[in-house]
Ligand binder design. Sequence first.
Ligand code: ATP
Length: 319
Amino acid sequence: MNKLAVLTSGGDAPGMNAAVRAAVRAGIYYNYEVYGVKRGFEGLINGDLEKLNASSVADIIHKGGTFLKTARSQAFMTPEGRKKAVDMLTSMDIRAVIVIGGDGSFRGAEALSREGIQTIGIPATIDNDLAYTDFTIGFDTAVNTVLQAVTNIRDTSSSHEKTTIIEVMGRNCGDLALYAGAAGGAESIIVPEKPFTIKEIGEKIRRGRSRGKLHHILMLAEGAGSAVDIQRKLESETGEKSRITVLGFIQRGGDPTASDRLLASRMGLKAVEACKNGTDSSLIGIRNNDLTITKIDEALSYKKRDDGELTRLTEILST
Ligand code: ATP
């Protein structure tokens, strides 16, 4: 019987469990013996693998986090660490690995594939920062978590007639701020992909005040600048006090949305089918709602594009 290993790596994301469930059950369906690896690449190095059956992944489709645990492995970044991982897989006669994670994890997947292990990646990160795919697992849930926070902050922001700067995660990608900001009716959105000036934001705040607007919600993607620095400059521009809310790790947790559970389930099945079909090491993605399979090096060479539609929409609607 062919053997397959599944691991989650890097930052956790809601929907990782649903992806593991799909990979395990699809693997069993296609007559694989499936092993769950604990703590990402670290577990490969330490031999922390456990044979899973259909019941091992029961009752997890709706849960945030990852029951396999996740980790960042310094050891796997070294040739010695990777050799240990490959020796472990070879000794167990496992020839295919499904890696669920973000861009760093996929660099690890690429390194593993260079050692002759068939490696298939499933994108799971709240950052949505992978250019080869429209969406990553966990992003939709994180957008909804941020949206809930924006809704709550809007109430208090209006009551106190204050500008509120909400800092959201996303590393160098502004998608989380952009999508949650557009859906939440934020007045301003600052993302790393688009230059901004304090003067234009100040002007927008003044325009809002002059037509009786009580609040100004400014969504700030963490990769676009320091909230404290922007607050200081904005206060000196407008002469008004403002508040900062840093949402932090609440954005990484929570039960996955229906959309993330479906995406994870579809990608999990696709990944196993790629293994079964003997596909070269690749990453599963989604474009225009169709699943895609792209070779790892090609997928990682793509540059993220922003067509500017949501930014434009916010500029027009948040007058
Ligand atoms: P997130 O986007 O949510 O942070 P990620 O997958 O990008 O998730 P990283 O911490 O960047 O998270 O990477 C996870 C792990 O992947 C690292 O701890 C390391 O073990 C492995 N990894 C990253 N880059 C490489 C590389 N160049 N070679 C080998 N392994 C790597």
